[in-house]
Design a protein around this ligand. Sequence first.
Ligand code: NAG
Ligand code: NAG
Ligand code: NAG
Ligand code: NAG
Ligand code: NAG
Ligand code: NAG
Length: 936
Amino acid sequence: MGGKEDEMLVFLPKPRRRLRLTSWGLAMDVVLLTLTFSLFALGTFSIINPTQFQNFLSYFHCGSKSSSQNTTLPNLHVGAPQCDVTFDSDRFDCWPEGKGAVQQTCEARGCCWDTNVGQGVPTCFYPRIFNNSYRVASFQEFTHGMEAVLQRSTQSPYPGDVMELKLEVTYETNERLRFKIFDPNNKRYEVPIDLQKGKEMASNPDYKVSLSMEQFAITIRRTSTGDIMFDSSGVSPLIFADQYIQIGTQLATSNVYGLGEHRSSLKLDTDWTKITFWARDQAPILDENLYGSHPFFMNLDGKNNAHGVFLLNSNAMEVDLQPSYGSSALTYRSIGGILDFYVFLGPTPDAVVRQYVNLIGKPFFPPFWSFGFHLCKYGYMSSTEVKKVIDRNRAANIPYDVQWNDIDYMASHLDWTYDNTTYAGLPAIVEDLHQHDQKYVIIVDPGISSVESPGTYPPYDEGVKDDIFVKAHDGSNLQGKVWPGQTVFPDFLNPNATDWWYRQAKRYHDVVPFDGLWTDMNEPSNFVDGSISGCTNSSLDNPPFIPPVIDGSSLFSRTLCPSAQQYVSSHYNVHSLYGFSEARASMGVLNQLKSERSIVISRSTFPSSGRYGGHWLGDNRSGWKDLYYSIPGIINFQMFGIPFVGADICGFGGGTTPELCTRWMQVGAFYPFMRNHDALGQKDQDPGSFDLVTQGYMRSVLQTRYHLLPYLYSLFFRNHIQGTPVVRPLFFQYPGEASEVDKQFLWGTSLLISPVLEEGATFVSAYFPSDVWYDFYNGSRLSTVGESVRLDAPLSKINLHVRGGSVLPTKPASLTTAALRNQSFSLLVALADDGSAEGEVYWDDGKSLDSVEKEKYSSVSFSVAGKILESIVFVDNYDVGSEMQLDGITIFGVGKMPQQVMVNNVAVIPHYDGKNHVLKLSGLSVNLLQPLKVTW
Ligand SMILES: *[C@@H]1O[C@H](CO)[C@@H](O)[C@H](O)[C@H]1NC(C)=O
Ligand SMILES: *[C@@H]1O[C@H](CO)[C@@H](O)[C@H](O)[C@H]1NC(C)=O
Ligand SMILES: *[C@@H]1O[C@H](CO)[C@@H](O)[C@H](O)[C@H]1NC(C)=O
Ligand SMILES: *[C@@H]1O[C@H](CO)[C@@H](O)[C@H](O)[C@H]1NC(C)=O
Ligand SMILES: *[C@@H]1O[C@H](CO)[C@@H](O)[C@H](O)[C@H]1NC(C)=O
Ligand SMILES: CC(=O)N[C@H]1CO[C@H](CO)[C@@H](O)[C@@H]1O
């Protein structure tokens, strides 16, 4: 799909009727909107005179019987300017530029001025009724959507107003609605990602759409409950100028999540927060725009239903969150593209994620080895040093699968080279790793040196020949500066770049057969602003409005000039797609090179990146705060459809301590992607570098992770086929509870992780939703639930609890995933109060590209009821005997010692722990691919 523009709307059924302006003939909905409007307009709950809002009412929904009589619009008379917006929270920013407003200029925008406001509250804000925007000039309703023409007659403060717009609403599925606002007369840039849409159309959707006519607004409600999912009335008005596009929405509640990539708590702060989107090489600092762009949020409503909103737009953007009318509101300000919104109905948080991920593309299926422990450091400085690290971790019996190298392996920081003096031993190291069933991953950067002697550096010479580098505004290859010095940048949106990238990778892989790629610096990062010769003063490089990016005054700070040209469009439009496009090309290269599943770990990401790899949370520091922020970070990327994610364990920058590193290894053991990574010049922090006691703690939690890998892998299978999030916050499982808890998380629905995130702590206060929870280690039942519980948390362990009602597949911990695979399975069963439980296992060879597609796997589900555990074998196509054996079953919550235990009608001798009520069966030696029946 490389390079092709996103598919336009494909289904526009014949109009059933043509409507000009409809009346307000639908009493119920009028009442509903009346209440809404009066609230917005007055900040009170009183109902205003109905004639005052008649003019902006009209109503549609799937299959509704709208009246089609023509009307003339009464003039809404308002006292001007309506500036008595009593509450700060009702003030919507009319001067987002931040600087430069005075009363006169503000009022010239038709806005209100008041400097007597609280922190973060705009001094220049929209009046309650703002007439200077779009009105609905006409509309048509169809079976599966509607369209309207929006017109404005006055100018916005921004150049290039599009005076006539088209709104297209499409009822795409029962769970998903799209609405698009664009210029019908001039094709503008649209994001070239390949959305995964089926042929399905909405048959019985639980949403309805209404429009306000005179001041255009669109409202989308959940029909069954009346709760809003999107409502642009009463907030920042629609502006659609060439380089300034604004639309706002009310939020159902202030429980709003997502909007990455930023460092913040899980539940976003709606108290005057500005969130910027523009891919940026920036070590994580609070609330600033970081490496990727994910304009997706999830919102809970008052009934704890969840919905999601995705704005498919890749331009620089800001989103403002603010309190509003007792709840919160959100304003988008993008500086290009179009407004292309998708609303997902949920109604569970989990369903919202699935619906979103099913649209942007379900995540890649990582190979089994990639769930092992990864080790890296920037600054090993030699292959001898790398070998030393490998050897000491092997000697310490640390479960460990993958060794990485940061840029110090390269000759002069050149991609696809290694330093043949300091790293002369690299090929031998890779061979040794492979002989030990371990893997090797290298970093590659986009910047390709453009100043090597001609004929000596094929990546540059061939790239020039293939003409795949990003162009400056004048058509020459844009010259920047990165690690190797002066560089050019491949345009991975150019379809020819993939073949060029493949040839470079292949040449290198023939010598150093790496197993995965780490694509760093792909925001893309540049050590000079724009290019070595700066940027132009065109409106692309200096737009009239710039969202509050880091280094606020320019978009080209530490990256390429927005006026640079890529195959698809200007860099201005596609900047935030760079990492996505590189990951897509790189995964393609790996699949071709290895003919097996592999990993790409990309620093910059965009919606749909999860199809081509994972992500790490960037250059954090060895600090306790960084440890905490890794948890909301990892959860956010589950929502963004990039579940294979981790943070640099023990911290990248700065020095770690044995205590911090131990706690971090304990949390990191539950990151889907588990890599310990250290910065140049810092003390080593691989497990083998610590004292024996610390090593013991680290080994122990690694053993726990490896033991649980069959469960994690089965979760990733579900994720790959359905988009089901792997790591979840508590509120996903228990909507209405724990909406702010982000210091604990779940694997799937069954394993609760409650880590220590504070220095010196020996206990942890953990929240336990009302449910049945068992201590993972000894099976004892936790008696207090529905509240915070103080748990002992010595440095030696991380608290883990299994939810009653679960069956988890496990294998005995081993030193590598390859050795682990060879072992027999066990089941960990945790009974709910009614004695039930369920779970499943997915298993395959761990590496085939087509395991799922060609059904080369086995899949078995388990259920328990009435002291009977039974399995159903769904697929049994992977049947390597030694791997499919079931040896042990541990059951938590067995009230008393059973009289008799039978496994497949054969009596077995159990072990019963009467103190913790745990029943243990071992040495079973049954085939998991045969239906299983255990009774007790
Ligand atoms: C090492 O690499 C340099 C170029 O980077 C090359 O000129 C030299 O021949 C290489 N030496 C060996 C021993 O391969
Ligand atoms: C890609 O390469 C082919 C073969 O050299 C060439 O014909 C084509 O024009 C190139 N496409 C682009 C977009 O440069
Ligand atoms: C910058 O803009 C001015 C006019 O605004 C123009 O005269 C000048 O040539 C431009 N400079 C560059 C480098 O584009
Ligand atoms: C089981 O573990 C819990 C949590 O560590 C502990 O409080 C309890 O005493 C243990 N039970 C037994 C019988 O060892
Ligand atoms: C797996 O088991 C087989 C036979 O039991 C053995 O030959 C092989 O070496 C084992 N592989 C690993 C990685 O342990
Ligand atoms: C929250 C925090 O400590 N962030 C730090 C992460 O690391 C960068 C540097 O690598 C610091 O600048 C941030 O302050």
